[in-house]
Design a protein around this ligand. Structure first.
Ligand code: NAG
Ligand code: NAG
Ligand code: NAG
Ligand code: NAG
Ligand code: NAG
Ligand code: NAG
Ligand code: NAG
Ligand code: NAG
Length: 399
């Protein structure tokens, strides 16, 4: 099947020329409602990466066992651990759960916003919403952990995983607590959320919230807001709205390119949602114990699965993805409307860097002027349930 590279001249990313809050983001895709599960691949194996005691089901099993479905009253996507099957003690114990990976991959220049009402929690439970560089040996393509914690922890953690040479800059402006600065270590360059109710029962009782990740040449930035503090730019947006980060405030985690060459360490990223049980983090006896859980981790997996896994589910209102769009907003604050390219109409046979935004004199970011990423979109048919739907794999390259 020949690949046709389709460029979107309007979606030109020149982040080095802009304050990171000044870019305007054009919506690319919304994962929500009845279409939510059509844009992901189900793992369909045991957990052979984090070694939890789960079998990640295929799509038909997930659907028939009610592990992935759309809640008819809210329209939200539910992704859960099996809490109905009685599993006897045995040499090998695996409970059914879910790991799904987006068909699309998102390049530098992307923005990802997830609105979640409930994140899986409880002893032995290890949920994650993360991004992974495509088709390349881990961690060569980079990994971005957006939502991840275990057991009875009540704060979310953010991390990058890379090959050696990428660090969290000591002078980065962020609200989170830095736990580790070296992104090549086992735990990655790790930042802990300091805002309340970012994980666990507190998160669920506060009505959940929103997490956002900006993948930019100038850095990778992550934000969290509990339900009551979501900025108007997000709470008033619909799936067609452009996104303006002006009212987002300081991110929780800010991985600046001064200490990590983002273009070098991060390939286009697929989204991943999963829930494992025990495994190489939640199930390590000392960690299991120090995160508020008693007994043996595996003893949760054995048995009926309820009530222990009644809270082991994701409830997701939407995931929205965006790409930075050319504007003439510059570091002096001047701006004009972004060019209004659309995915359907702005086909071009060759890359055509827009001239707008090139007036970078005085931006003080000359280094980035040479590494501005141009963003294009690979477009080809995916084998989907509904057939002829076009999938998008977003592709980036450097000048
Ligand atoms: C996990 O198992 C599947 C199926 O056997 C295999 O295709 C895949 O390469 C394995 N992944 C790892 C990281 O071992
Ligand atoms: C739990 O999973 C790990 C990793 O696959 C495995 O080594 C261990 O034997 C499992 N425990 C049981 C009781 O199945
Ligand atoms: C952080 O330090 C680096 C290296 O000294 C410097 O290039 C960069 O401008 C500083 N960034 C901020 C936000 O202070
Ligand atoms: C983004 O929002 C801010 C605050 O409302 C506004 O001042 C600014 O002009 C907006 N930027 C663009 C490019 O629309
Ligand atoms: C960052 O990495 C890119 C891609 O490998 C490279 O072209 C660029 O020169 C690097 N920038 C710096 C400042 O090292
Ligand atoms: C953790 O282990 C210590 C020492 O064995 C024990 O006293 C404590 O109760 C354990 N914590 C939990 C939550 O079970
Ligand atoms: C499984 O958990 C859900 C809540 O997530 C609950 O409604 C259901 O009753 C539980 N199933 C059993 C058998 O307890
Ligand atoms: C920004 O706008 C002001 C007022 O219109 C103008 O005087 C100034 O030259 C503009 N700056 C740039 C860099 O375009």
């Amino acid at each position: 099947m020949p690949l046709r590279l389709r460029f979107l001249p309007g979606l030109l990313l020149l982040p080095g020329l802009f304050r990171f809050s000044a870019a305007i983001y054009t919506p690319i895709r919304e994962y929500s409602g009845t279409d939510f599960f059509s844009e992901w691949d189900y793992y369909g194996f045991i957990d052979n990466t984090t070694w939890g005691n789960v079998t990640y089901v295929d799509q038909s099993t997930g659907t028939s066992q009610g592990l992935t479905f759309i809640d008819s009253s809210t329209g939200h996507a539910i992704i859960r651990v099996d809490n109905t099957t009685n599993i006897p003690a045995a040499q090998t114990v695996n409970r059914n759960s879910v790991k799904i990976t987006s068909k699309d991959a998102y390049p530098i220049g992307s923005l990802i916003i997830i609105d979640v009402s409930h994140i899986p929690y409880g002893c032995s439970v290890w949920p994650s919403f993360w991004m992974l560089g495509t088709n390349i040996l881990w961690p060569l393509g980079g990994e971005i952990d957006i939502i991840e914690a275990i057991n009875n922890l009540n704060s979310n953690q953010y991390a990058l995983h890379t090959t050696p040479g990428c660090y969290l800059a000591p002078n980065s402006s962020q609200t989170g607590n830095t736990i580790e600065t070296d992104c090549s270590t086992g735990q990655g360059c790790l930042v802990q959320e300091t805002k309340p109710n970012s994980f666990g029962s507190g998160f669920a009782q506060a009505g959940g919230g929103v997490f956002a990740t900006q993948l930019d040449v100038s850095g990778i930035y992550m934000w969290f807001w509990a339900r009551s503090n979501i900025p108007a730019s997000i709470s008033q947006a619909d799936s067609a709205s452009t996104m303006n980060l002006t009212d987002w405030g300081t991110p929780t985690a800010a991985y600046l390119s001064t200490a990590c060459n983002i273009s070098q360490y991060f390939q286009p990223q697929q989204l991943v949602l999963d829930i494992t049980l025990c495994g190489v983090w939640a199930g390590v006896p000392s960690i299991y114990n120090s995160t508020g859980c008693s007994g043996q981790c595996i003893d949760n997996v054995i048995g009926t699965g309820n009530p222990i896994y009644n809270d082991a589910y994701w409830d997701i209102a939407y995931i929205r993805t965006y790409l930075a769009t050319t504007t003439t907003t510059d570091t002096t604050g001047n701006s004009s409307a972004p060019s209004s390219s659309s995915l359907a109409s702005s086909t071009s046979s060759s890359p055509s860097p827009s001239s707008s935004g090139n007036g970078n004199s005085g931006s003080g970011q000359a280094a980035n002027a040479n590494t501005a990423a141009q963003t294009g979109v690979w477009c080809f048919p995916w084998p989907t349930v509904s057939g002829a739907l076009l999938g998008l794999v977003i592709f980036t390259f450097l000048w």
